[in-house]
Design a protein around this ligand. Structure first.
Ligand code: IMP
Length: 431
């Protein structure tokens, strides 16, 4: 892979998330010195399989599994300290070293507080128009960040007296609002303060000026990987709003979310599955709520890493992926989960949409349009062979190669990597 990539790389999902970014970031970090998370929070779930061990990270960058890699949590991340320390304790217990030597957290990152989670869950249960969120408090935390007056950042953990006064004021106010709106039980502000004070003390050695550290690393010529979470179609500005997450989780978010100038990144590695999945609500034109969808779900183990919810499954939507490729300036693609499609007689690809009798040949991330579209499909022959043991592109069945080449043409960027299993070596490189 080193020969494939010169310069620094952003890894980003091209669909609605869960494309297998964890595995690709892990492979790319073999030759990297720095890995940066720049968006989202514990709503993400990146899975890495190393030998017989399987790790699921929600907040920690995937570079923690590579000795010598510096992992940065950028200012664009919303940080739930309870999840962070649970994750650190679990991995350290399993022999993965994590310390301030290989992990730094931006003082500018915002904190997820218990009332954010309470509000997220209450809205989902009681409001009209639920989004189907992960209930990790993501939306309310980003809302507070923009609102400013009631937001708390990692830096605030360093000033305990001020923190105490602010938590008292914010929790007291929030209790009133949540009681009126959702009849929610009140939170104890002192308990909340004590918990966050303790998190702060433990976090202190990890807190850093991550933007500055990143610029230094760049100047020193270190190789940097930006680990996108979620995916382009979940981006709050460019995704299928309002059924999106609350951060700029396309590649465009890396500049503000990590604190990086555009010149720092040369490669944009888009990750896409050989089919499409989605968790939560929102339009999904190629969804197969039938035997095909179930076949894909069971073979691909399409259940959420964070919530275990069954994922909605459907055919590959080339319209959606082309939009993501164009938006992010994708230079390389990794195609994942090709092995899942083995055994299907025929495989369909959506190459256009009909909207009220008119053909639309580009993707509009607009609810009203997407709710009404009828996909136009192209049908290709499937293949019977199990692909999970294939290790070279040349050894794929010809139908699988034809399928991959067709996806590449439609997506508009070269497919450089094809994944046929969770392990590191179940990866075919196309040079
Ligand atoms: P939230 O991010 O918890 O607010 O959820 C908003 C929407 O984004 C929901 O439909 C979630 O299922 C979806 N979502 C958030 N993170 C991910 C992810 O990492 N993979 C897939 N879907 C996600």
């Amino acid at each position: 892979m080193a020969s494939l990539l010169n310069g620094n790389t952003c890894v980003v999902g091209l669909q609605w998330g869960d494309e297998g970014k964890g595995k690709v970031v892990d492979i790319l970090t073999e030759h990297a010195e720095v890995v940066v998370r720049y968006c989202g929070g514990a709503n993400a779930g990146h899975t890495v399989r190393i030998g017989s061990e399987k790790y699921a990270t929600h907040l920690l960058p995937v570079g923690v599994f590579r000795p010598g890699v510096l992992n940065l949590i950028g200012n664009g991340v919303v940080l739930d300290p309870a999840v962070l320390f649970r994750e650190i304790d679990e991995f350290v217990g399993r022999g993965v070293p994590i310390s301030p030597v290989n992990l730094r957290i931006s003082y500018k990152a915002h904190l997820v507080m218990p009332y954010h989670m309470q509000e997220d869950a209450a809205r989902e249960i009681q409001s009209a128009g639920a989004i189907g969120t992960t209930r990790r408090g993501i939306g309310p935390t980003y809302a507070d960040k923009m609102q400013r007056a009631t937001a708390l950042r990692v830096a605030d953990l360093q000033h305990e007296e001020k923190l105490k006064a602010r938590i008292c004021q914010i929790v007291t106010e929030r209790n009133k609002v949540l009681k009126v709106l959702y009849d929610a039980p009140p939170l104890d502000w002192l308990e909340t303060f004590e918990a966050y004070r303790d998190y702060g003390r433990r976090m202190l050695p990890f807190i850093d000026d991550v933007g500055h550290t990143l610029i230094q690393a760049w100047r020193d010529g270190k190789r940097i990987v930006f680990e996108g979470a979620h995916a382009v179609l979940l981006d709050v500005d460019h995704g299928t709003y309002p059924y999106v997450t609350s951060s700029n989780c396309s590649a465009l978010g890396l500049y503000t979310g990590a604190g990086a100038p555009p010149q720092m990144v040369q490669n944009f590695f888009g990750i896409m599955k050989a089919y499409t999945t989605r968790v939560g609500g929102g339009p999904f034109p190629t969804e197969q709520d039938n035997n095909i969808g179930s076949y894909i779900r069971e073979r691909g183990n399409e259940y959420g890493t964070t919530t275990r919810r069954p994922r909605r499954c459907g055919w590959f939507d080339a319209m959606a992926v082309r939009y993501s490729v164009d938006l992010c300036g994708i230079t390389h693609i990794a195609l994942t989960l090709l092995d899942v499609l083995s055994g299907l007689e025929q495989i369909r690809i959506c190459t256009g949409y009909n909207v009220r009798g008119q053909r639309l040949d580009y993707f509009r991330a607009d609810m009203d349009t997407l709710a009404d579209v009828e996909p136009i499909y192209e049908t290709l022959p499937g293949w019977k062979q199990d692909l999970s043991q294939v290790r070279r592109w040349a050894d794929l069945p010809s139908e699988a190669k034809t399928y991959v080449r067709r996806l590449e043409t439609l997506a508009g960027a070269p497919i450089k990597m094809v994944s046929v299993g969770a392990e590191r070596n179940a990866t075919l490189i196309r040079d």
